[in-house]
Design a binder for this molecule. Structure first.
Ligand SMILES: *Cc1c(COP(=O)(O)O)cnc(C)c1O
Length: 437
């Protein structure tokens, strides 16, 4: 699944010994593997090749410009959810007609930016939003294309309620019944051409079945819309494909494709376009977070490893109760983990791996069996490439980590560590808000 491996007890990313990187740039630091990012993208593209889809990488999963640029070189479009992400896609040289823009709360300024950039599709989440974008496009004398985000009312059985989006009562999209009325009302707008159907059922989805059910419902709707005289040029089936947080947790791309491709093939063969919006399945296993043990603490019945990162850099364990495999990057060769998951090797001890933030919820793992740890040991937190650095905050006035991209035997600092000066910079020169008072 990825290009992180132990050799003689030392963790490598591609051909780079990660201890050397940590010595140079310090910790905490996110490390990404270019070979992994490219392999995931290529394998996904290959599995879905019969549909010749536009693969719109979900920028929000991992938004570093160097990563966007390498995926763009592979042929990727982008799935964005804000004006800032539109600017990232542009800065990475992405063809703007291959950008799709989702999100329930697009502001006027963001909409104007998207219109000026000539993005591929606005993914529409509500009637009020459609009317607003159409009005702004009309006022600017321009036109744009839109996909209606539908809610197929499928339970994607994601690991956590906070990542379920495709059920009927979610804030995203509109249900199928409302979608029919939506097209009837807005299907002939001149400035915002409603000509595609979009869905995104949640993530991570570890089974193929929810996609099959959702795609069947979407295709049924598309056929009805076509019969009612609407021209549907594209179907966007969203993202949410799983990632291996634990070994072999996720179906292979060929498994997803084997079931999904036949459902969409007739649409494709009739001249339609297919779009995908994968994020984590490309980025999650392509990144790890390196951290150092600051202190070991025995607290009653428990042992704590207090590290130099936490919920402010990797929020997923706190927010989603998610599992991330953790292991020292330098161990004796007989302590190399056979797989990622809960392990039962001899000589392991249960430890709470916690951060420095003043919150009880600031942890990376609870009662995790690990080899004996000491102050100064470095740990790798695996599958941290997606929804890691992008969710990092400055809570407790902590600078956000650096990012390093590995390519073969080369390591590039692709985002420098935030400085204390940057933390204070926006507050150093207070200005009056109301003139004349
Ligand atoms: C977040 C998101 C994605 C990507 O989800 P992943 O789980 O990272 O694949 C795709 N489409 C939309 C609309 C999203 O909000």
């Amino acid at each position: 699944m990825d290009h992180f491996h132990f050799d003689d007890g030392r963790l490598y990313c591609e051909q780079v010994d990660l201890e050397r990187v940590a010595d140079r740039v310090g910790t905490p630091v996110f490390i990404y593997s270019r070979a992994t990012l490219e392999a995931h993208y290529d394998r996904l593209a290959e599995a879905f090749a019969p549909l010749d889809p536009v693969i719109c990488y979900a920028v929000k999963s991992c938004d570093n410009l160097s990563i966007l640029a390498l995926l763009r070189n592979r042929g990727a479009g982008m799935d964005v959810v804000s004006g800032g992400e539109i600017l990232r896609a542009r800065a990475a040289g992405v063809d703007m007609s291959r950008v799709v823009y989702a999100g329930v709360g697009k502001t006027d300024v963001e909409i104007e930016l998207a219109l000026d950039e000539g993005i591929g599709y606005f993914n529409i989440e509500s009637e009020a939003e459609f009317e607003n974008i159409a009005a702004i496009a009309a006022a600017r004398g321009t036109t744009a294309r839109a996909a209606l985000r539908i809610n197929p009312d499928i339970d994607p059985r994601t690991a956590h309620a906070k990542t379920t989006t495709g059920k009927k009562e979610s804030k995203f999209g509109v249900d199928i019944e409302r979608a029919r009325r939506f097209f009837a009302t807005y299907g002939h707008n001149e400035h915002l051409r409603l000509c595609a159907v979009h869905m995104h059922i949640g993530s991570p989805v570890y089974e193929v079945e929810p996609y099959v059910n959702a795609t069947e419902r979407a295709m049924q709707l598309v056929r009805e819309l076509q019969e009612a005289g609407h021209h549907i040029e594209a179907i966007d089936i969203g993202g949410g494909f799983g990632a291996d947080y634990q070994t072999d947790q996720t179906p292979a791309y060929t498994e997803y494709a084997r079931r999904i491709v036949p459902l969409l093939q007739p649409f494709k063969d009739a001249g339609g376009r297919i779009l995908l919006e994968p994020g984590r399945t490309i980025s999650a296993n392509a990144g790890i977070l390196l951290t150092s043990v600051q202190y070991m603490k025995e607290g009653g019945a428990k042992t704590f490893a207090i590290v130099d990162t936490g919920m402010h850099h990797l929020l997923r364990p706190t927010l989603y109760e998610s599992f991330h495999f953790i292991w020292p990057i330098h161990v004796s060769p007989d302590m190399v983990p056979p797989a990622r998951g809960e392990l039962d090797l001899p000589g392991l001890h249960p430890v709470d791996v916690v951060g420095p933030i003043c919150e009880t919820g600031d942890y990376l793992a609870l009662q995790r069996k690990l080899p004996p740890l000491h102050r100064g040991d470095r740990l790798a937190i695996f599958a941290a490439g997606a929804y890691g650095r992008v969710m990092a905050s400055n809570y407790n006035s902590m600078p956000r980590p650096a990012e390093v991209l590995i390519h073969g035997s080369e390591a590039m600092l692709v985002r420098r560590r935030e400085t204390w000066d940057e933390l204070l910079g926006a507050e150093t020169n207070p200005q009056p808000v109301l003139l004349g008072t």
